[in-house]
Design a protein around this ligand. Structure first.
Ligand code: SF4
Length: 462
């Protein structure tokens, strides 16, 4: 998500650049809402930022205020209707919402609002509808921030939000702060909100601070002002640990730490706890590379590029559909035979979720002549579904929920397999005492989750 209020600047171009920097967070659809103070115009479509927008469209989006969004669907179908920003007109006022995360109480919210299942397209659509109803019901045209603050305490789950009306930009982080959101300053009177700090950099904004968990930042002509709609006892920071492992860019800064360094440290600690007698260390592009560098540095084993990634292919992990994932890894990675042939490899990756991509990758390395493949994973086994904005599937689809470490080793075809421990992972973040969500690794969910998290149901399909 990206948001900017910057009179006198081309906010549409700034938003385009910001979304382009955040493309990795969602590749299904993209959109932006731009206000010139009179009209709020939304342009959105399926596809990448570069598919949805061109110079002609951007030139037609004039204004001083914009929000933007790239979508990766975790609730609701991947469709044009569910592309964001979501638009509503209520209480005499247009407004638009961009949402990162996943609400976990949509059924209860819809029920309370008297809405039938299927009458809203996604959790984000429901959220916008609740705000719109509050605006209509209050009869206080212009109080979007009030309406948002009244609705927020009823929401459960993960929600970082950017919202705008004709003149105000609003940023929200839920009381656990599952998903990141940063505030930046652009020149004398410009302000920017972004899911990750590189989007501030690309917009030319200076990072000011992260929006706090449980904070609403309302930005108008007087600059940002904070509101706190939740009671203090409800606020408990639990930033997603997987943002450090995989989700966010390596040049992002979270809890004051640049993630590239954190990922290198993960590899160093992995080499300490699970050394491998290998000729060569290779990393699985892209997010396994820094940990592989750390592993090689710590172990003293030479590091080399052993897998080439097609730069034009998106993330397989966040592509909907299992068959797309398997085909996606074949399209995405190709081994360098000249580098790996005859070698005993330590192969470092950030995670194994369903096992399908890992098994395909190990198979490719063996076909290319690797003598042995020792897999080292820079996070603990991923055993529990995420309900906070990562579509990792059910427990039945998570390989580590179904198989022991040695069984996973056999399933993916590795000669050995070892994972980084949870304490080492938190130490590697550089902020070990900060609040984290680690529910997918421990089953310790910070909030109630919508379905029973009982025993796994079935083995994944090889
Ligand atoms: S369950 Fe895992 S992926 Fe989901 S928010 Fe928590 S740490 Fe992140």
């Amino acid at each position: 998500m990206f948001g900017v209020r910057a009179p006198g600047r081309s906010v549409a171009h700034l938003t385009y650049d910001g979304l382009y920097a955040l493309q990795h967070r969602g590749q299904e659809s993209a959109g932006m809402a731009v206000s010139d103070g009179e009209e709020l115009v939304v342009v959105k479509d399926m596809g990448l930022v570069t598919n949805v927008f061109n110079e002609y469209k951007l030139a037609g989006l004039q204004g001083h205020l914009a929000i933007g969004h790239t979508r990766y669907s975790t609730a609701g179908a991947s469709s044009w209707h569910n592309a964001q920003p979501v638009y509503r007109h209520a209480g005499g006022m247009p407004f638009a919402v961009g949402h990162n995360g996943n609400l976990t109480n949509t059924a209860a919210l819809a029920d309370e609002a008297g809405m039938l299942p299927g009458t809203f397209g996604s959790d984000s659509d429901l959220l916008a509808e609740l705000v719109a109803r509050r605006l209509e019901g209050s009869g206080r045209a212009g109080d979007l921030a009030d309406a948002v603050c009244e609705v927020l305490p009823s929401l459960a789950g993960a929600f970082s939000l950017v919202i705008c009306d004709r003149d105000r930009l609003i940023g929200v982080r839920d009381p656990h702060g599952f998903r990141p959101l940063s505030l930046g300053r652009l020149g004398d009177d410009g302000w920017v909100l972004a899911s990750e700090t590189p989007a501030l950099d690309i917009a030319g904004a200076i990072w000011v601070r992260d929006v706090d968990p449980g904070e609403v930042v309302v930005i108008d002509g007087d600059g940002p002002a904070s509101r706190h709609p939740w009671p203090a006892g409800a606020v408990e920071p639990r930033l997603c640990l997987f943002e450090f492992v995989y989700l966010a860019r390596p040049d992002s800064r979270l809890y004051g730490q640049e993630l590239q360094g954190a990922r290198v440290r993960m590899g160093e600690l992995l080499a300490r706890s699970a050394p491998a007698a290998a000729d060569l260390v290779i990393g699985v592009p892209d997010s396994g590379i820094p940990a592989a560098e750390g592993f090689a540095r710590r172990s003293g084993i030479p590091y080399a590029t052993g897998l080439v990634r097609n730069r034009y292919i998106g993330r397989t992990f966040i592509t909907p559909g299992q068959s797309d994932r398997v085909q996606g890894v074949r399209r995405k990675l190709n081994p360098l035979r000249g580098v790996i042939e005859g070698k005993v490899l330590a192969v470092v990756d950030d995670s194994i979720v369903r096992g399908t991509t890992t098994a395909a990758m190990v198979g490719m390395l063996r076909e290319a002549g690797a003598r042995e493949v020792h897999l080292r994973i820079s996070s603990p086994p991923y055993r529990w579904p995420c309900y906070y904005g990562l579509d990792t599937g059910t427990r039945a689809q998570l390989i580590a929920a179904n198989l022991s470490v040695s069984e996973v080793e056999e399933y993916v075809g590795a000669d050995s397999l070892a994972y980084l421990g949870l304490d080492d992972l938190k130490e590697a973040t550089g902020a070990p005492l900060a609040g984290f969500c680690d529910a997918c690794l421990t089953g310790d969910y910070p909030t109630e989750v919508p379905v029973a998290v009982g025993r796994p149901l079935a083995l994944p399909v090889p």
